[in-house]
Design a protein around this ligand. Sequence first.
Ligand code: NAD
Length: 368
Amino acid sequence: MTNPTLLILPGDGIGPEVMAEVRRIIDWFGAKRGLAFDVTEDLVGGAAYDVHGVPLSDETMAKAQEVDAVLLGAVGGPQYDTLDFSLKPERGLLRLRKEMDLFANLRPAQCFDALADFSSLKPEVVAGLDIMIVRELTSGVYFGEPRGIFEEGNERVGINTQRYTESEIDRVARAAFELAKKRAGKVCSMEKANVMESGILWREVVQKVHDESYPEVELSHMYADAGGMQLCRWPKQFDVIVTDNLFGDLLSDVAAMLTGSLGMLPSASLGAPMANGRPKALYEPVHGSAPDIAGQGKANPCACILSFAMALRYSFDQGDEATRLEKAVETVLADGVRTADLMQAEGGAPASTRQMGDAVLAALDASL
Ligand code: NAD
C-alpha cells in the first residue's frame, strides 16, 4: 500500500508559522496512529512570486492536480499590493480553485463550549453549535455572462448575471446530501425563489435530487434573507445549509462570526471524485496572512489544524481520527490555553503559536 499524498502550500505571512504546527501534527498521526502521508511542500502566493515571478507556477499546479489533497496556509501581504492584478498572491489561490474545479466550499461553524463567550450572540444560543455551510464556488453571479460596465444612453450601467445550470445545482446538492448523511441528516437549501428564476430552478433541482437519491435526508427550503435572520436568531436549528455562490459568501461569514475568532475557522473546497474515488480537495483556514502579527509567534494555529482534521474526514475517510484531533483542540481550549486572539480581559500571558501546537500534541498523546 502506498501512503496517501499531501501537497502543503504554507504561503505568506502567518501561513508558514501555523503550517509548521500542522506538520508536527501530521507527523504525530504517522508515528502514533500508523497514518503516514507522503508530504511535499511548495510555494504559493507572494512566496511563489518572489521566486518564480508568478503566484503559482505551472509545476506546482500540476502537483496539486496529482496529490490526494492540498493543504494551504494563507496568501497575501502589503508588499504585493501594487502588483498587477494577474500577479497578486490571491490569483494563485484562485487558479488552484478554478483548475481543480472545486465547486463545493465547506465552511463549518462550530462553537467550542470554552469559547461561547466570544460570540456576539448569547452563549446559550451558540454553545455546542455545529453547522456546515456548503457554498457553490465556481458558478453563479461572480462568473455569469454578460458582465461589465456599459454605456446606456447618457449614463453607465453595471451588469452581472446570476446563472446556474441544472448540473451545477445537482452536483453541489449531492455534496450537501452526502455530508448530511454523515452528520445529523438535515439539509436546508437557501435561495430567493420568490424573486429570482435561478432560485426557482435551484429549488426544483435540489428537491429532485433529494426525492430521487436522498429521501432519507430531511430537506427544507428557505429564502436566503430569512436564512440570514434565522442564523442569528436560532442557529442550532440547522445541520447542513446548501446555497449558491453569492448567498453562500454572505451567509458563511455570518455563520463564522457566530463562533468568535477567525483563528478557529477551517474550510474545505471539494471537486469531483478522482480515479481513486477521493474528491479533488483543498483545505485551508478561513483567515488571511495576518501581516500585522506575522513573524511574531502570535498566530493561532487552530484554524489550520482543524483544516487538516477536515482533510482526515473528507479526503481520507478517517472520521474517528478527525474527531480525535478536534477533541484535542477542544480539550486544550477547555484547559484555558489561549493564543492572544482568544483572550478577553482576563489577563495572563497568551500562548505562542508553538505553545498552542505543543498543547494540542499533548492532548493527542493523552487521547491514546
Ligand atoms: P486576515 O484574516 O489576514 O486578518 C484579519 C485580522 O485577524 C488581523 O488582525 C489578524 O491579525 C487576525 N488574525 C487572522 N488570522 C489569525 C490567526 N490565525 N491568529 C490570530 N489572529 C489572526 O485578513 P486581512 O487583514 O483582511 O488580510 C491580510 C492579507 O491576507 C491580505 O493580503 C488579504 O488579501 C489576505 N487574505 C488571504 C486569504 C487567504 O489566503 N485565503 C483570506 C483573506 C485575506
